[in-house]
Design a protein around this ligand. Sequence first.
Ligand code: MLT
Length: 392
Amino acid sequence: MADGKKVLFEITEEHLDTGLRGFPVGTVRSSFVDPDDGVHYVGYPVADLAYLDPEAVVYLIFNKRLPNDEELVAFKADLASRAGVDPRVIALLKGLPKDGHPMEWLMCGLSYLGMTGKTGDWKEDALNMIARSAELVANIFRIRSGWGEPIPSNPSLGLVENMVHMMGVPGGDTEKLTKLLRIYYVLHMDHGGGNLSTFTGKAVASGLADQYSALSASMASLYGPLHGRANQECLEFIRKVGTADGDAVESFVRNELASGGKIFGFGHAVLRKEDPRAKVQYALGEELCPNDPLFRTSVVLRERAVKVLKENPKVSNPYPNVDAVSGALVNACGLTDPEFYTVLFGFSRIAGIAAQIVDERTVSRNGKGVPIYRCKYIAVNQPRQRLNNAAS
Ligand code: MLT
């Protein structure tokens, strides 16, 4: 077919009402997901990038190349100079209901960051939001958990380092938690163009709202238990398993499946092999918390749940995904309330979604940007009808 007219996908009736699964709808420049090898950022497998400075990876997804040493120093300084949430955001957080979910706090917080500091420039707002969301998230943990007054920001520490410093986790091991969350941040940063939160953010941005509103909407998507909130449920599941004995874990999994339950942290919409993000985290756990009981349970699940799930030919991917072990690590490093885990996922994903929005708004279609999203729905069960007294 002529250029630009290649048939990518044949749409048939059976594709309707399947959540756009597999439909190509756009282009993405920052990452892609290979069903076997997992996510790549600008062509690099995520495992290669996991131990880099988080800021270097943010630079990568915005600039489509890794920074050299000088560029990295300058980029870190630039991000640090953008930090500083308006004090009204902290006042807002102090007034939010404690029974609101931390993700609801994050959605409100991002909107409020926008109301108190947006510029209207997609890229400027993206970078400001990345810098300020570290402070926002630290305060969400601190204020909602009742750990005390906010701790002054020190952005020169680095993005993740400052967040951990500002969390001031009571009795926490700052060094361990920082090491974990630097890697966690990179692993969760982006996942192709079509995951629900990224798609939502780009759709909202296509109406020319603004970065903060788009990201707040993305976080609403991520809040769902079928998307980001699965990481909270995963740790709750591992706690329920309650043992690291292989046979006991296996019979737990069998009983759970027999009673219609779910094995949290296994399977994925796109991946068909073990998620490389899980692989990195299993190795990291052996380094950071090898004897932690919940981590040990997750390691045993990696073997036994896969074994059981593989017995069912209908299961297309029996392998661990990014959530299978992330909660056990976060818990072992001092953040023990799983309700907050999706906020960590959201904090990390902000950079990826915002970069994709910048590309869609300012690079796609030779800089004109993608038009407002307007897909088509096929009407069913709606014969045309009129009211008896309608004027003709
Ligand atoms: C993920 O990180 O695995 C996702 O955002 C879920 C997806 O890719 O659909």
